[in-house]
Design a protein around this ligand. Structure first.
Ligand code: AHR
Length: 492
């Protein structure tokens, strides 16, 4: 039995709800055909935004949405996406499928989407092919009240009041698609562009500088040393196999699954690495680490545009997500925000849709987000494995994290063993536990996934396999499963 000790009376840092953020790029069918179906669509929509997509994301309390990219952000010129839709210029989305971008989904549509979702806007500005003036004007257009050239333009386009935009990205992957820059060159640009991302009125912008590639700690160091006008540094990490053979989303062997999980658990090493650098320059933790792209990246589904990055989503993806959240929770002191890539129809999506049939599928990953809502803005509780956890060739087979708020606690338990069940003893100290209830997410096999014909093949159910133990609770974890245990807490 795996023995996990949790001191319920020793809450740590707050787990920001923004760790459960999302990312929507003009890529494939994420925006067009995902969120945006247009006002003339036969599908229920509000101003062109698909209603069932909004409803599904509200149910997982989507806290923020990053847009318009990704790589697309550094090609995007915001003025092309405002004004009457029919008159907006068209462009070619060269990064993603070489398809036409008609700019029908632009600034107003995105802010409307955020309003419908009840999510904070995270706008990613263009450094790679944009100008300082362009970025500065965009911030003014979005957030300024009163009178100014950009305010006049916004009003002419039908919106009197400014919006609130709390998060702003200063370029994206500047080491690659965002300009192929060196750390030093980008650091100078981040200082310059960041200066002109103004706080207008009472809108306070949290500026996020684009970080280095995976374990490029020198990039983080350059940004930290320069201490420019940004409040966070980003990190992107995908769970994938580089090169051509990423592997199919639903067609993989058990060994490939274990390799995947080893790669997923690498997020712990990467966060630690960047954290170590950041701690050196910023022991007060004024600067946040924002993991604004993460998730799985598989070969596209047969017959789909290779540039659209459309992939199915299985139990394996769900476990990649739960492992990431455990790491984010453990590092909640420094990791203040994260955005899975991407929300609808692209990479590790929450939702898969068809605009023609009206299909909407909640993926296994969606259900992990839903099961974790209780961690939003709760205080992290450390989980100590008294005798370690079972290990398979460097892979920890059990992953866990916990949090507490309002006299409750939520414990997350992942069994990464493909075949064997596990029992975890939750040794619960410091508070009485007056009641508990558990839920489980698993599938008949690792490749289990949801389709239009079987939309709930992988969906959470109540989990009765929890027993009282003199030290707390014994929880049975089926093979390849994710379990959450909710606790009602009594006296201290
Ligand atoms: O999410 C897909 C792409 O991955 C993003 O556009 C880019 O930032 C990253 O390389």
């Amino acid at each position: 039995m795996t023995h996990a000790v949790i001191n319920l009376d020793l809450p740590g840092p707050t787990i920001s709800r923004h760790l459960y953020g999302h990312f929507a790029e003009h890529l494939g069918r994420c925006v067009y055909g995902g969120f945006w179906v247009g006002e003339d669509s036969p599908l229920p929509n509000v101003g062109g935004i698909r209603s069932d997509v909004v409803e599904a994301l509200r149910a997982i309390r989507i806290p923020n949405l990053r847009w318009p990219g990704g790589c697309f952000a550094d090609e995007y010129h915001w003025r092309d996406g405002v004004g009457p839709r029919g008159q907006r210029p068209r462009m070619v989305n060269t990064h993603w499928g070489n398809v036409e971008e008609n700019n029908h989904f632009g600034t107003h549509e995105f802010m409307h989407l955020c309003e419908l979702l009840g999510a904070d806007a995270y706008v990613n500005g263009n450094v790679g092919s944009g100008t300082v003036r362009e970025m500065s004007d965009w911030v003014e257009y979005l957030t300024r009240a009163g009178d100014s050239p950009m305010v006049a333009l916004r009003k002419a386009n039908g919106r009197d009041e400014p919006w609130r935009v709390p998060f702003w990205g200063i370029g994206n992957e500047a080491w690659g698609c965002g300009g192929n820059l060196t750390a030093e060159a980008y650091t100078d640009l981040a200082r310059q562009f960041g200066t002109f991302v103004r706080d207008h009125g009472d809108n306070r912008v949290y500026r996020i500088a684009a970080g280095g590639h995976t374990d490029e700690y020198g990039w983080t160091e350059a940004l930290m040393k320069a201490r420019g006008p940004y409040q966070a540094v980003s990190l992107h990490y995908y769970t994938t196999f580089p090169g051509d053979g990423r592997g199919g989303a639903t067609t993989f062997t058990t060994e490939h699954y274990y390799d995947t999980m080893r790669r997923a658990q690498r997020i712990e090493e990467l966060i630690r690495g960047h954290e170590t650098v950041m701690d050196r320059y910023d022991p007060q933790v004024d600067i946040g680490l924002v993991v604004d792209e993460w998730g799985t990246w598989w070969d596209v589904e047969d017959g789909t545009n290779p540039g659209f990055l459309y992939q199915q989503n299985t139990m394996r993806d769900a476990l990649v997500a739960s492992v990431h959240f455990d790491a984010f929770h453990r590092h909640a002191r420094r990791v203040v925000m994260a955005n899975i890539a991407q929300t609808v129809n692209v990479l590790q999506a929450m939702l898969l849709t068809e605009a023609e049939t009206g299909t909407l599928i909640r993926t296994p990953t969606y259900h992990v987000f839903e099961m974790n809502v209780g961690h939003h803005d709760a205080r992290a509780l450390a989980v100590h494995f008294r005798d370690g956890v079972p290990n398979r060739d460097g892979l920890d087979l059990v992953s866990a994290s916990a949090s507490t708020q309002n006299d409750t606690a939520l414990v997350s338990l992942t069994n990464l063993d493909a075949e064997a069940p596990r029992t975890v003893l939750l040794d619960l100290r410091g508070r009485e536990v007056s009641a508990h209830r558990a839920r489980v997410l698993t599938g008949s096999h690792l490749q289990a996934h949801n389709t239009a014909d079987a939309p709930d093949a992988v969906a959470p159910t109540e989990h009765p396999a929890v027993r009282a133990h003199p030290r707390g609770l014994e929880v049975d974890l089926p093979p390849h499963s994710y379990v959450t245990v909710h606790l009602d807490l009594g006296a201290r």
